[in-house]
Write a protein that binds this ligand. Structure first.
Ligand SMILES: Nc1nc2c(ncn2[C@@H]2O[C@H](COP(=O)(O)OP(=O)(O)O)[C@@H](O)[C@H]2O)c(=O)[nH]1
Ligand SMILES: [Mg+2]
Length: 304
């Protein structure tokens, strides 16, 4: 990680830039472009780890321990927590938990929860731009934690180099994970709470379940509380990441681009609705004066 920028952007400046990227729009694009400019000279790609799994399995706790070990290994670590529930809670719940883990005295550790409240932007896509900023700010290991609740997580898989799925030792979790499609995007599965009864058995169940499914996903046991197994998890993440970080930056740019495109589309539709052109087009179609086949493309292109 030698040639990542080592003059760290001040946290305050970074936090402000992240807020701008969260909001999206031209200012966000300029910041992401600036990050890409800075990164062009950097050949060492950081490792972006997506962390997902059902709420309560210990993702945040495990990431905090992984960050400790990575810091001890000399990596600068950023933790980005994506929480869709921040819509209702105003981010307070997650924010409280995240704040506990902040180390104001450690400049090599940056923690941030990502709220896309009110902006209507997809969480995973805001996270793409933000992870590029973190990359440019010299963080060589970026964790993006999501609540294991569906689509947002699959989106995270697109921008991460490695996807870690965290499970608890409780029976039945594996079925849920399979159902949620999480295991389809997983590169590594960790059964956390190894200090609790049943954890070894859960590891075995996952291993045999995955073998039946034909997936070659490693399953590791860890405990964020003990802590134990943390070094091995980080080793596995680095190992898997080493094989695939090359295209990671491009994928993150692609995800940011998709976010932009969705924004443009949403604006066009809203404008067409506001100025009545949507209704006029609909009325033309209704009367047989315009083909329906072409109408959706016209709407998207703004050819109204
Ligand atoms: N016994 C035990 N409890 C844990 C462990 N890791 C996390 N927890 C607890 O599980 C709960 C959920 O943890 P959290 O990290 O917030 O899970 P998340 O929702 O997946 O991010 C908290 O009460 C943690 O203290 C562990 O290794 N062992
Ligand atoms: Mg959490």
């Amino acid at each position: 990680m030698s040639d990542l920028p080592d003059a760290p952007t001040s946290r305050r400046a970074l936090a402000q830039s992240i807020s701008t990227v969260e909001r999206g729009g031209p200012a966000a694009d300029r910041l992401v472009e600036g990050a890409l400019d800075a990164l062009r000279a950097v050949s060492d790609a950081p490792l972006v780890v997506g962390v997902t799994g059902a709420p309560g399995t210990g993702k945040s706790s495990l990431v905090a321990r992984l960050a400790d070990v990575a810091r001890a290994r000399g990596r600068r670590v950023a933790i980005l927590a994506v929480d869709p529930s921040s819509d209702e809670s105003g981010g307070a719940l997650l924010g409280d938990r995240i704040r506990i883990d902040e180390r104001p005295d450690d400049d090599g550790r940056f923690v941030r929860s990502l709220a896309t409240r009110g902006s209507g932007r997809a969480l995973a896509q805001a996270a793409a731009g933000v992870s590029l900023l973190l990359e440019a700010a010299g963080y060589s290991l970026v964790f993006v934690e999501t609540v294991g609740a569906g689509q947002a997580d699959l989106g995270i898989a697109r921008l991460a180099d490695v996807v870690l799925v965290v499970e608890g030792p409780e029976g039945g979790d594996e079925v849920q994970a399979m159902k949620a499609g999480l295991l389809e995007v997983a590169d590594l599965l960790v059964v956390n709470k190894g200090d609790r009864p049943g954890a070894d058995a859960a590891v075995q169940r996952f291993r045999s379940g995955l073998a039946i499914g034909g997936a070659a996903i490693p399953v590791l046991l860890a405990s964020a509380h003990a802590p134990s197994g943390i070094d091995a998890v980080l080793d596995a993440l680095e190992q898997i990441g080493a094989t695939r970080t090359a295209a990671g930056r491009t994928r993150r740019v692609a995800a940011h681009l998709v976010a932009g495109a969705e924004g443009v589309l949403a604006q066009r539709l809203a404008a067409a609705e506001r100025d009545g052109s949507l209704d006029r087009l609909a009325a033309q179609i209704e009367r047989g004066n315009a083909p329906l086949a072409d109408a959706a493309s016209r709407l998207v292109d703004g050819r109204l």
